[in-house]
Design a protein around this ligand. Structure first.
Ligand code: ZN
Length: 319
């Protein structure tokens, strides 16, 4: 690869799939989005078609974010929510099909890589991220690289904050996903007797006008999130905690309005900056960082990825 090398970043969501060509500064050179194609054969086949369509001569690697549990070192999808691609050796398959090196990560890890490189966590090396949407995703960057643990570290929506609370999809009770997700906010709105179409912006407006019901809904939504964030601060002492996803800004605002709590642990927190582009930018940058191990000059990449010796990457065998 040369200084002008680019990568394809692919962000697979529960609903939409985004693909973009990303340069080494994290700029989007071209992009495309469509509804995600489900199916054990249909999904990878559509992915290969998209790569063929959006691949320019400069593209030297591919980075894919998957909404679920991923074994990044093996390039293997373990589970991906309702997408039927569990067990798919995605990096090996797409690498062999396209002839390009492929990195696979959890989608939230890719978003956090982008936020660390050019977004809300720029130049921070130890960052925790929660993504607040229908559910709650999470990722941890420690020492400038995603933390994987045995394989799938970062499932932060399943931190227990209310023991004995609502049953979670994961089989346990009282996970923060059951208290502070978008789904939970909808439930809190209904339980408070408010109209089901009430938006979080409406809640803030009513709360600021002195409406105690709106204030209590926002507090009930944000307080368990603060418990989860403070637990992460106790465990990892990050430089920063970032809140992304469709409700990331709202969560930061709601957290800022909570009455102060007294604990040993304090931390900076802020909203993610890159919105829906974070996944493709992170995918592209991480693919470039991984490929650089094969000889790309270091000056072409963000400082956060200066040490990529342990980046998992699948290099296909040349035929
Ligand atoms: Zn759970």
């Amino acid at each position: 690869m040369t200084e002008s090398a680019t990568a394809l970043g692919i962000d697979v969501g529960g609903t939409n799939l985004r693909i973009a060509e990303i340069d080494s500064a994290g700029r989007i050179l071209s992009r495309h989005a469509e509804r995600v194609t489900n199916g054990r054969e249909a999904f990878p086949n559509r992915l290969a078609e998209l790569v063929a369509s959006y691949r320019s001569p400069n593209v030297g690697a591919i980075g894919i974010g998957i909404p679920g549990r991923v074994n990044a070192a093996a390039g293997l999808v373990l589970s991906a929510g309702y997408l039927d691609i569990g067990g798919l050796p995605l990096a090996a398959w797409l690498g062999a099909t396209t002839g390009l090196p492929v990195v696979v990560e959890n989608d939230c890890s890719m978003a956090l890589i982008a936020e660390c490189a050019i977004g809300a966590a720029r130049s921070a090396e130890n960052v925790v991220m929660f993504t607040i949407g229908t559910g709650i995703g999470g990722a941890i960057v420690q020492g400038g690289r995603p933390l994987h643990g045995h394989a799938t570290a970062g499932q932060l929506g399943h931190i227990t904050v209310r023991p004995g609370g609502e049953r979670c999809n994961c089989g346990r009770q009282g996970c923060v996903e059951t208290t502070s997700s978008g789904t939970s906010l909808g439930r809190l709105i209904r339980e408070a007797g408010l109209a089901t179409e009430t938006t979080v912006e409406t809640l803030f407006a009513r709360s600021e006008a002195g409406d105690g019901v709106a204030s209590s809904v926002l507090r009930a939504w944000a307080e368990p999130m603060r418990d989860a964030a403070t637990s992460m601060a106790a465990a990892f002492d990050p430089d920063l905690i970032v809140f992304g996803g469709g409700l990331g800004n709202a969560m930061v605002r709601a957290l800022g309005q909570l009455p102060p709590e007294t604990s040993w642990y304090s931390y900076d927190f802020r909203a993610a900056a890159l919105g829906d582009d974070a996944g493709v930018i992170g995918g592209g940058l991480w693919a470039l960082a991984a490929h650089r191990r094969e000889g790309v000059p270091q000056s072409s990449l963000p400082a956060f990825a200066a040490d990529v010796g342990r980046v998992p990457v699948f290099i296909p065998q040349q035929p």
